[in-house]
Design a protein around this ligand. Structure first.
Ligand SMILES: Nc1nc2c(ncn2[C@@H]2O[C@H](COP(=O)(O)OP(=O)(O)OP(=O)(O)O)[C@@H](O)[C@H]2O)c(=O)[nH]1
Ligand SMILES: [K+]
Ligand SMILES: [Mg+2]
Length: 492
C-alpha cells in the first residue's frame, strides 16, 4: 500500500479496478512527500475542470497556463484548506494531452492530505498509479516510448552525464534517428509494392529497386555504427563496473574508502581482511562508477573462506568494464633488484595473482600505493601515464587518480549529443539487432542470382518496420508498458 493510499485510506484493489477505467480523472502529489516550501498537486482527465470550479471561488476557468491565487476549499464541506496557486492546462496542450490542472500549495503534510482528500471526494476522481500521467501522455501521442524511457532515466539520473543523456532522449534525440529510419523503410516498402503491383503493366522509374537496395545498404551501415558503439550509452546509464584487484594488504580497501569518503570496507594490517565483495556507487567527474573492493589474490592460500573470496574477485574481474590494479610499493621495493623495470615486475605480479590473461594496458589503471613509504625514492623512475603514484594514507596522488579515472570513464561512456545520441537499453539493442537481421535477409534475397522474389523482400522490410515500431512504441504490449512504467513514481 502506498503512503497516499494510506493517507486517503483507499483500499488497494481500487487502483486495480480503475486501471481499466481510462475515463477517470487522476490526481497525485507530484512534488516530493514531506515538509517542504511548496507542494504541487497535479490533476489530469476529462473532469479536471471540476477540481477548479468545485474547489475555488472561480466562476469560470482561469486563463490557460496562468497562475491565479485562490482560496482552495473542500468541495463538500466548503472548508478552506489553504491559499495557493491554481493553474489550468486545457488539453491537448498539457503534459498528458488531457485537460489538466495544478494546485501549488504550502508543502505541509496536513495541507497536502487535505487537498488529496478533497480531490478524492469529486466524482470519478482517483489517485494516480505510478507513472500514470506519463502513461496517458504516451497513449495520447505526446511522447513515444524512447522519450518515456528517457524521462524515467531523467528522474533516476544521479550524475551530470547521465542527466544529459536522459534529457536528450526524453526530448526525442533518439526517436529522431529511429523515425528517420522508419520513413526510409516505409518509402522503400512503397517502392517494392509498386514494383510487385505494376511492374508488368506499367513503366516504373528505371532502377527503382536498385535505389531501394542502395538505401537499405546505407541504412545497414548506419545501424552497424549505432550497434557497435561499445555499449557507451548502456555503461553511462547503468554505471561502469570497476573492480579493485591486487595482492593482500596492497591497500585495496583503503583505496575504496578514500574514494567514497567513508569506511565502507574494513581496513586492518592483517592480510586477507576482505573476503566479501564490497560495492559502492560513485560520481566521478559526472560519470557513474560502480566500484567493487575484493579479497586480495594470494594463490598460496589454503583458507577456504579466502579462496571463496578470491573466486568472487576473479568472477568480477571477468565481468568488469574497468580494472584498478593496486601494487604495494613495499612489495616492489623488496624484490626490485630482480627486475629490469617496473613493467617487468608488473608482468610477474599479474601472473602471480593468477590474472595472466589480463590485458593490463586496456581499461586498466595501475595504482602504485603507499608512496609515503617509498624511502628509496623508487617511484621517481616510473614514468607511465597509466600508473598513478598514490598514498591512501597521506592522500598524495588522489587528484591524479580522479583525473585518470575521469579520462577512462569519458572514453567508456562517450559524450552523447543531439546529433549522436547513444542507445542505452537492452530493449533497444535487441529490437535494432532484429531489424538489422531482417534487412540483411532482404539484401541476401535481392542479391540472389536467379530472379529475387520481391514479395519476400517486401516481407522482410515489413518485419524491420515492425521492429522499429516496437522500439518507439507504435506497436507494443501491456506487458512492455508495465515494465517501463513501473520505474516511475506516483505523480509523474
Ligand atoms: N603507510 C601506508 N599504509 C597504507 C596505505 N594504504 C593502506 N595502508 C595500510 O595497509 C594495510 C592494509 O590495507 P588494506 O586497505 O586493508 O589492504 P587490502 O588490500 O584491502 O588488504 P586485504 O583486504 O587483506 O587484501 C592497513 O594497515 C592500511 O592502513 C598507504 O598508502 N600508506
Ligand atoms: K588488510
Ligand atoms: Mg581489503
Amino acid at each position: 500500500m502506498t503512503i497516499f493510499q494510506r493517507i486517503l485510506n483507499i483500499p488497494l484493489s481500487s487502483s486495480i479496478f480503475y486501471r481499466f477505467n481510462s475515463n477517470s480523472t487522476i490526481f497525485a502529489l507530484s512534488s516530493g512527500l514531506g515538509k517542504c516550501g511548496v507542494a504541487v498537486v497535479r490533476v489530469s482527465g476529462t473532469n479536471a475542470n471540476y477540481a477548479i470550479t468545485q474547489m475555488t471561488n472561480l466562476k469560470n476557468l482561469p486563463e490557460p497556463r496562468k497562475a491565479v491565487l485562490q482560496n482552495i476549499k473542500h468541495p463538500l464541506t466548503k472548508e478552506i484548506i489553504d491559499k495557493g496557486l491554481v493553474l489550468w492546462f486545457p488539453g491537448p496542450r498539457s503534459f498528458s494531452g488531457e485537460d489538466s490542472c495544478e494546485f501549488h500549495v504550502h508543502g505541509g503534510i496536513a495541507v497536502v492530505e487535505g487537498i488529496l482528500n478533497a480531490l478524492n471526494s469529486l466524482p470519478n476522481f482517483k489517485l494516480a498509479d505510478p507513472g500514470e500521467f506519463t502513461k496517458r501522455a504516451f497513449l495520447n501521442g505526446k511522447l513515444d516510448l524512447t522519450e518515456v524511457e528517457g524521462l524515467a532515466d531523467l528522474l533516476q539520473a544521479e550524475t551530470e552525464a547521465q542527466r544529459k543523456q536522459a534529457f536528450l532522449q526524453s526530448t526525442g534525440s533518439l526517436s529522431k534517428s529511429y523515425k528517420k529510419w522508419k520513413d526510409l523503410l516505409k518509402q522503400s516498402l512503397a517502392n517494392i509494392e509498386a514494383d510487385i503491383d505494376f511492374a508488368e503493366t506499367e513503366t516504373l522509374d528505371y532502377g527503382l529497386l536498385e535505389k531501394v537496395e542502395q538505401n537499405i545498404k546505407n541504412l545497414c551501415k548506419e545501424l552497424e555504427n549505432h550497434l557497435n558503439d561499445g555499449c557507451k550509452g548502456e555503461l553511462l546509464r547503468n554505471g561502469v563496473k570497476t573492480v579493485i584487484l591486487g595482492e593482500p594488504n596492497a591497500g585495496k580497501s583503503s583505496l575504496l574508502n578514500l574514494l567514497c569518503h567513508r569506511p565502507a570496507s574494513i581496513v586492518t594490517p592483517i592480510s586477507g581482511t576482505t573476503r566479501d565483495v564490497i560495492e559502492v556507487t560513485l560520481n566521478i567527474g559526472g560519470y557513474p562508477l560502480v566500484l567493487a573492493d575484493t579479497a586480495g589474490l594470494n594463490i598460496n592460500s589454503q583458507d577456504v573462506i579466502e579462496i571463496e573470496g578470491m573466486n568472487r574477485a576473479r568472477d568480477l574481474y571477468r565481468k568488469a568494464d574497468l580494472i584498478i590494479l593496486v601494487v604495494n610499493i613495499q612489495s616492489y621495493s623488496s624484490v626490485q633488484e630482480r627486475y629490469v623495470s617496473f613493467n617487468d615486475y608488473l608482468k610477474n605480479y599479474i601472473s602471480d595473482l593468477g590474472l595472466s590473461d589480463m590485458n593490463f594496458r586496456k581499461n586498466c589503471i595501475i595504482i602504485l600505493n603507499k608512496i609515503d613509504l617509498d624511502t628509496r625514492n623508487l617511484s621517481a623512475n616510473i614514468c607511465d601515464k597509466n600508473v598513478v603514484k598514490l598514498s591512501c594514507k597521506s592522500e598524495e596522488g588522489i587528484i591524479d587518480l580522479i583525473d585518470i579515472l575521469t579520462k577512462h570513464l569519458k572514453v567508456l561512456c562517450g559524450e552523447p549529443t543531439q546529433e549522436h545520441p547513444s542507445m542505452n537499453q537492452l530493449r533497444h539493442r535487441q529490437e535494432l539487432e532484429k531489424c538489422y537481421h531482417n534487412l540483411q535477409r532482404f539484401l541476401k534475397e535481392s542479391e540472389r542470382k536467379e530472379s529475387p522474389d520481391t514479395v519476400i523482400m517486401a516481407e522482410y522490410i515489413r518485419k524491420a518496420l515492425r521492429n522499429l515500431g516496437k522500439l518507439i512504441g507504435e506497436v507494443t504490449s501491456e506487458e512492455i508498458l508495465d515494465i517501463i512504467f513501473k520505474d516511475f513514481c506516483i505523480g509523474k
